[in-house]
Design a protein around this ligand. Structure first.
Ligand SMILES: Cc1ncc(C[n+]2csc(CCOP(=O)(O)OP(=O)(O)O)c2C)c(N)n1
Ligand SMILES: [Mg+2]
Length: 339
């Protein structure tokens, strides 16, 4: 392989950027794993995990201008928001429900990521509501005449919701600068993909709305980077929206409160872990081109452990919001409370 044939360089990414991608995948994974442990230790109430999705999310984040473009994520997007600039301490505050958590001041469930300075818009719990809202942000961008774009994410099950179709229709009619990133992890909780939709590929649905549809290997951060980068370029040129389907696999249960042994065989999960874990895909790639070696890998692991330990300590010791602040930012003017 010549230097020019090295995949990330062909895509215009430096060696440092490729390593940085791997670092974010690794850090998100270790942070996520710690949250599972904290849940099992009864330290936190709930966790919904992005394990298996990190490659797609980190690849997408690298294709955006951080703090300039808008992002309307969904609950699995911890690796995405981490790469965009939310800190492990902030993310840990959220799962503990502690004061200073940036998404909602600990009023929302965790994983409803929001961050005003990074233009990350917090979502609602009903799935796919972010899709028409992202189209609305796209409409506002067109109205203002800037070259910002908006990225929104959702699962393949969410494409059965009316909101998905309305959002894409609107984006298609008005040629809006929106990137719709579907993270197809094969399941909507216990429902397998063939019972969610009659089409083979979610990306095929784009044609019905007159927008570009792209199917990509969601386990490969570089492939997703490439697809999102091209979609961003189209959107900035005024050529409208793109629906990207990143095929991947949820390597863990739906949430801390789900037991996936009741609906999918262990062999299936193990097979996906072996072939397609995005952390290993990126690691193998970097080893194969000599950018990563065992010593550096160990150094990264130690650094990730240190950061996760620090975030955990910080959040565990942080105070809860005072009870009397429960209605802050809920009412413009506090109504009189009757007994
Ligand atoms: C409108 C609505 N229906 C049902 C739910 C309950 N629910 C939460 S997550 C989820 C699965 C969504 O699956 P998918 O869109 O594939 O995303 P994934 O969780 O697999 O990433 C469901 C049914 C909900 N939050 N909102
Ligand atoms: Mg799904």
């Amino acid at each position: 392989m010549t230097q020019e044939q090295v995949k990330h360089r062909v895509l215009g990414l430096s060696d440092e950027q490729a390593l940085e991608m791997y670092w974010h995948i690794l850090l998100a994974r270790r942070l996520d794993e710690r949250m599972w442990i904290l849940h099992r230790q009864h330290e936190i109430a709930f966790h919904i995990s992005g394990i298996g999705h990190e490659g797609a999310q980190v690849g997408a984040a690298f294709a955006l201008k951080k703090g300039y473009d808008w992002v309307h994520p969904y609950y699995r997007d911890m690796a995405l928001v981490l790469t965009l600039g939310m800190s492990p301490r902030e993310l840990m505050l959220a799962v503990y429900g502690k004061e200073g958590e940036p998404s909602s001041g600990a009023r929302q469930m965790p994983a409803h990521f929001g961050y005003r300075a990074l233009k990350i818009v917090s979502g609602s719990s009903p799935v796919a509501t972010q899709v028409p809202q992202a189209a609305g942000i796209g409409f506002a961008i067109r109205y203002k005449g800037t070259d910002e774009v908006v990225l929104t994410c959702f699962g393949e099950g969410s494409t059965a919701q009316g909101d998905f179709h309305e959002g894409l229709n609107w984006a298609g009619i008005h040629k809006l600068p929106v990137i719709f990133l579907c993270q197809n992890n094969q399941y909507a909780i216990s429902t397998p993909v063939h019972k969610e939709t009659p089409v083979a590929n979610i990306a095929d649905r784009a044609a019905a709305y007159g927008i570009a549809g792209v199917l990509v290997d969601g386990n490969d951060a570089l492939e997703v980077y490439c697809a999102v980068r091209d979609a961003v370029a189209r959107a900035r040129r005024g050529e409208g929206a793109t629906l990207i389907e990143a095929k991947l696999y949820r390597l863990v249960p739906h949430s801390s409160d789900d037991d996936d042994r009741t609906y999918r065989p262990r062999e299936e999960v193990e097979a996906w872990k072996r072939c397609c874990d995005p952390l290993l895909v990126m690691r193998d790639y970097l080893f194969s081109i000599g950018l990563l070696d065992e010593a550096r890998q160990q150094e990264y692991e130690a650094r990730a452990k240190h950061i996760v330990d620090d975030a955990n300590e910080f959040a565990r010791n942080a105070p809860y919001p005072p009870p009397e602040s429960a209605l802050t930012n809920v009412w413009g003017e506090l109504p009189a409370l009757s007994n």
